[in-house]
Design a binder for this molecule. Structure first.
Ligand SMILES: Nc1ncnc2c1ncn2[C@@H]1O[C@H](COP(=O)(O)OP(=O)(O)OP(=O)(O)O)[C@@H](O)[C@H]1O
Length: 654
């Protein structure tokens, strides 16, 4: 039986907490708890920090008896990286066998979906990725005869066909679904449309292309076929910890339940119902997870009481939010803007950071976050409307990439949940490698398409083999492993021999050894400027304000956060949307409004010191007096001092 003592906790406190802070009794209870119990508590209450403390303490006790392991699962690679950074040692035993430290998706891909596909289809999976799937599906769908295609599209109405038509575990059977109903209930099996749609789906599946959700469905089939995997996993892991449990979908929940025996594996979920922002596959009922009475943490250690007061009604289930009295209270501020001065919102935020003396305060992290990154209607406000350079972030970051090391840094920095993004970098690396060696295809440099065609025609294994390798490397990267040697060996020993050219040894080794330091630095700087707006202080120092999506900052703590209003199906602060909640009124939200609220709550609960919200002036009309009475400060998106904006630099314009 393991035990965590107060001495252990005092030691972890030194490593994890800001100077002078300590874990109080509630947090100590959470850290000491080594039975199956959950921790459900408000934003910033220190859930992740308590889990980290527990893991750090465990690290010193490893290996566990009988060489059992600890399994830590979360939802994004960003979260995994953040935890790894805090733990400090990236080669820690915690990250190696028999322990597991990964996203739920990569855990299931690696241990269940990939072997399941091999077992059921007798070949290797090509890729598990929503974006890639969507592209392939659209290409195949476009080939359907118009007289069938158009009625299908009409029936799909609001949802894209690729997301309606999916494999699901319906009533415990693997079923081809159309939305919430089995396809055969929508189109009779005898109809041509049924045959077309089911063949299309089967063909894509046969090619080994799966969505993230389908990986879970396949995993369940595998567990059904081989129920003994539950015994194996339950013997391998003594503890299972899941952070941000509110974002666990039903499919994920089912797999977890069928994989870990609750009588054998001590399981703890950490989360907050109000912060469930990933609900792609229908509803997920967080309460299904909770094991009896959860442990609670009653106050937020992240933010001041004034922030707690302002956001406590902006959530789906109101929480009694208690702030941290030791944090200086600064009035939350609404930055009011119109179409003409929208690009002054960020400088105004910079000015507020400066005026409140925050440039050196807290963790000195400043972020502007919004929900929506693009809209086909250019009149609608999205994140790039505030900061046009943000758009470029979507563009391929490898334009300046020249050397092998550049690609390796890009892969490490990428931090994406989409395998397609990794695949794009690998393929660019192959193409650039050939370009560097001056190897051409009929006197033209290779493109992605010509490379795939060439390998399919000139090698026995074809490009599929490379797809498989890319999937393996991506899984390795997302588990924090280094693939530099794998990739180098592949390029020199497997890839190059497909091309009949003779290559000078020196030219070949140059690709791997040239260290274009200045160019690498430029590349990193370029990366940064796509993400950061720089506000320049009187003394010439910069305050970088990082621009991101709300999903991108989940779990983070900032000194100041600016929440940017954006448009998707509606503007967030229009009458009848979030404005009522901002005014302190709370009613049970409808589904889409609930989703909007959860995102707003996650975004607005990030700052320790200053919360700003950018809202259009027409949305604020008629509400200003009420908001000021409730403690909000309202300023126009304008410089506070004469021509102050001249001090400010939007990097994209320099
Ligand atoms: N005992 C403590 N004393 C002082 N500060 C703490 C303590 N525990 C956590 N913090 C700080 O409070 C902030 C929020 O902590 P943490 O991210 O662990 O909260 P959380 O409950 O996981 O938040 P969220 O629900 O938003 O993900 C961090 O900056 C962390 O360093």
């Amino acid at each position: 039986m393991y035990q965590i003592t107060d001495e252990d906790i005092n030691w972890a406190e030194e490593i994890l907490l800001p100077n002078g802070s300590s874990f109080d009794d509630q947090r100590r209870n959470v850290i000491k708890c080594l039975t199956s119990k959950d921790v459900i508590a408000c934003p910033g209450s220190g859930k992740t920090t308590a889990l980290l403390a527990k893991l750090l303490i465990f690290e010193r006790k490893l290996p566990l008896d009988n060489n059992q392991g600890i399994c830590v699962l979360t939802h994004t690679n960003v979260a995994i990286d953040e935890i790894k950074d805090k733990i400090g040692n990236r080669n820690s035993r915690l990250f190696n066998y028999p322990n597991n430290f990964s996203t739920i998706q990569s855990f299931v891909n690696r241990y269940l979906a990939i072997p399941a596909y091999q077992y059921f289809f007798k070949k290797d999976i090509q890729i598990i990725d929503d974006e890639f799937y969507k592209n392939e599906f659209s290409k195949e769908f476009a080939k359907i005869l118009r007289r069938y295609r158009v009625p299908i599209l009409k029936r799909a109405v609001h949802s894209p066909v690729h997301s309606l038509l999916r494999l699901e575990n319906h009533e415990r059977q693997l079923t081809l679904m159309w939305g919430n109903r089995p396809l055969k209930q929508v189109y009779s099996e005898k109809t041509e449309t049924y045959k077309i749609l089911s063949t299309l789906k089967k063909e894509i599946l046969k090619r080994g292309i799966l969505t993230f959700q389908e990986a879970f469905v396949l995993a369940q089939e595998y567990i059904k076929k081989f129920p003994e995997v539950k015994t194996l996993f339950s013997a391998r892991f003594k503890y299972l910890f899941i952070d941000e449990m509110q974002d666990t979908s039903n499919d994920q929940q089912l797999v977890i339940q069928s994989l870990f025996d609750s009588d054998k594996v001590v399981t703890q979920f950490y989360g907050d119902r109000n912060q469930a922002i990933y609900e792609d596959n229908g509803s997920n009922d967080v309460d299904n997870f909770i094991q009896g009475e959860p442990l609670s943490l009653e106050n937020s250690l992240r933010f001041s009481q004034s922030i707690a007061n302002s956001i406590k009604t902006i959530c789906v289930s109101p929480q009694n939010l208690q702030g941290n009295d030791s944090i200086r209270g600064i009035k939350p501020t609404i930055i009011k803007f119109n179409k003409d001065n929208i690009q002054r919102v960020l400088p105004t935020f910079g000015e507020l950071i400066d005026r409140n003396g925050l440039a050196q305060e807290g963790n000195r992290t400043f972020k502007a976050v919004g929900r929506v990154t693009h809209n086909s209607d250019s009149e609608k406000i999205v994140i790039p409307s505030y900061y046009p350079y943000f758009k470029k972030r979507e563009k391929s970051p490898f334009e300046k990439t020249k050397t092998f090391k550049d690609y390796i840094s890009l892969l490490i920095e990428l931090n994406s949940s989409s395998a397609k993004n990794y695949r794009d970098i690998f393929i660019k690396c192959f193409i650039n490698f050939l370009r560097h060696l001056n190897i051409k295809n009929e006197s033209r440099y290779f493109t992605e398409k010509s490379l795939i065609d060439y390998l399919n025609n000139n090698s026995q294994k074809g490009f599929n083999h490379i797809e498989k390798l890319m999937t393996e490397w991506t899984l390795k990267i997302s588990s924090g492993l280094n693939i530099e040697t794998d990739l180098k060996n592949f390029l020199c020993n497997e890839f190059l021999p497909h091309f009949k050219e003779t290559v000078a040894k020196e030219t070949l080794s140059n690709f791997f050894t040239i260290n274009l330091e200045t160019e690498e630095q430029e590349m990193v700087a370029d990366f940064k400027k796509q993400k950061d707006y720089l506000y320049v202080l009187e003394n010439g120092d910069n305050v970088p304000i990082n621009i991101d999506t709300i999903h991108g900052v989940k779990g983070e703590t900032h000194t100041a956060t600016l929440y940017l209003e954006t448009f998707s199906y509606a503007y967030e602060f229009d009458e009848g949307k979030i404005i009522d909640y901002l005014k302190g009124n709370h009613t049970k939200p409808k589904k889409r409004q609930g989703q909007m609220l959860k995102l707003a709550y996650v975004g607005m609960s990030r700052p320790s010191h200053l919360l700003c919200v950018a809202i259009r002036e027409e949305a604020l009309e008629g509400h200003e007096v009420d908001l000021v009475d409730l403690g909000w400060n309202i300023v126009d998106a304008q410089p506070f001092e004469n021509k102050a904006e001249e001090k400010q630099v939007i990097v994209s314009q320099t």
